[in-house]
Write a protein that binds this ligand. Structure first.
Ligand code: ADP
Ligand code: MG
Length: 470
């Protein structure tokens, strides 16, 4: 399948019977035919002659499927498209305990069990390292929607509720959401781990919460390349990786009182997702109710809009979950019928890379100018001594001469930041929040390097340049 022709995939993954289910003598009611892409479900209460229900999907994965298989077949082409400037979304949908988090996150310690999210990091940065004549900027955000409230998982004050905003230039976005620039797979994985830690901090029943919240890991890949017109063009691809709340019905979980209200709110986002899917599938509906929930509003572009999507419906094989499994298969079957119209995002107004490039060009000019002045001064002082440096080497030479210590300290600060990210201190994450503040905030985490004037600033930005472009 070519990455560019690919639009939408709906796949189903069935996990193995758990040990508990096995000991409890649960029957397996699912049969997976991966060659035909079919899954057959048997009603455990039906008479033996009742025909079984068969569903066909783009792909189906049985109990012994490998994380790698799912990534390579279903996800890799979508991530490839994101690198080409498309938006892409991967949803994991299904009842609690069916393997959504296992599929999206997996187990990080075992390379074979790493899920979609860490595999996408590896993929993105490998592709970038192989690219030529292109410059990339990768940043990520991590948020959670719980009871229709959005929380930033990368922000220290993660109880702050964030707002959804709309802007004619950027579309829908989360105001004040942190985004972290990362330059390799290890760094972005630290970001993910920090977010995961933050998901579990301060909540007495983590399992309950995680099964009731939607988690979205967003990776934005900006790519700048010189076009035939001699101009640099920037393409921006956004990859949303969504671990949805459990789709089980309230009656089954026995939710009451506050819990019921909470369940209703979860179901608000989930049922809104269902309604959006229905409206999109219908084709005749003029109104698609994206605005009915935070989730659907946030992912508006990714549902039937300008995005490629993969829905991974997770199911369990046990007879006890017959109703839920059937509901999941029906839901996924409906989603199969949506038509998307993906297109490349070229030169969008909110590209951070453009801002960086302009800033760097300005700083370069400033450095050259300062360099010329310094050169003049030295020339006068040392009379006939001449510097035999090329313009390219000159910036660095001058910075060293101007203040060797600054450079050293800034390097230390750079190392410090790296260690801090590695050490998992979320307070020191590099953040940028809103376009005008972007560059300023990108440097916020840096240790102060004294009372330097223009040169400290410029130096930091140049370091930024090397950190950002590779
Ligand atoms: N494909 C799979 N192979 C092996 N174990 C799995 C698989 N899918 C899920 N599991 C295990 O089943 C349990 C529930 O999975 P989890 O991903 O937490 O479900 P969910 O996020 O849908 O609630 C976990 O212990 C997980 O390790
Ligand atoms: Mg989960």
């Amino acid at each position: 399948m070519s990455s560019l022709s690919f639009r939408k995939l709906v796949v189903v993954r069935c996990r193995p019977l758990s040990r508990r289910e096995e000991t409890a003598g649960c029957e397996n009611i699912l049969e997976v035919d991966d060659k035909l892409g079919q899954i057959t479900i048997r009603n455990p209460k039906a008479p033996p002659d009742e025909p079984m229900k068969v569903f066909t999907f783009d792909s189906v994965y049985g109990w012994n499927s490998k994380q790698r298989d799912i990534y390579d077949d279903a996800v890799r082409p979508l991530v490839e498209s994101v690198l080409h400037g498309f938006n892409g979304t991967i949803f994991a949908y299904g009842q609690t305990g069916t393997g959504k988090t296992y599929t999206m996150q997996g187990l990080s310690k075992d390379p074979e069990k790493r899920g979609v999210i860490p595999n996408s990091f590896e993929h993105i940065f490998t592709q970038i390292s192989r690219s030529q004549n292109q410059k990339y900027l990768v940043r990520s955000s991590y948020l959670e929607i719980y009871q229709e409230e959005i929380r930033d998982l990368l922000c220290k004050d993660n109880n702050k509720k964030l707002e959804l905003k709309e802007n004619p230039d950027y579309g829908i976005y989360v105001k004040d959401l942190s985004s972290v620039v990362t330059k390799n797979a290890t760094e972005i994985e630290h970001v993910m781990n920090i977010g995961n830690q933050s998901r579990s901090v301060g909540f007495t029943n983590m399992n309950e919460r995680s099964s009731r919240s939607h988690a979205i890991f967003l990776v934005t890949v900006e790519c700048s390349e010189r076009g035939p017109d001699g101009e640099d063009h920037i393409r921006v691809g956004k990859l949303n990786m969504v671990d949805l709340a459990g789709s089980e019905r309230q009656s089954k979980t026995g939710a009451k009182g506050k819990r019921l209200k909470e369940a209703a709110k979860i179901n608000l986002s989930l049922s809104a997702l269902g309604n959006v899917i229905s409206a999109l599938v219908d084709g005749r509906s003029t109104h698609v109710p994206y605005r009915d929930s935070k989730l659907t509003r946030l992912l508006q572009d990714s549902l039937g809009g300008n995005a490629k999507t993969v829905m991974i419906a997770a199911v369990g094989p046990a007879h006890k979950s017959f109703n839920e499994t059937l509901a999941t298969l029906r839901y996924a079957s409906r989603a199969k019928k949506i038509k998307n119209k993906p297109r490349i995002n070229e030169d969008p107004k909110d590209a951070l890379l453009r801002e960086f490039q302009q800033e760097i060009a300005r700083l370069k000019a400033q450095l050259e100018e300062q360099g010329m002045l310094a050169k003049e001064r030295r020339k006068r002082r040392r009379d006939s001594k001449r510097l035999s440096k090329s313009m390219a080497g000159m910036e660095e030479e001058i910075l060293w001469e101007k203040n060797g210590d600054v450079w050293k300290m800034a390097e230390e600060a750079e190392d410090g930041r790296h260690c801090l990210i590695e050490g998992g201190d979320s307070a020191n994450i590099l953040t940028c929040q809103g376009s005008s503040e972007k560059l300023k905030n990108l440097n916020l985490n840096r240790r102060s390097v004294g009372d330097m004037q223009w040169d400290q600033d410029a130096l930091e930005k140049i370091i930024e340049k090397y950190k950002v472009f590779y």
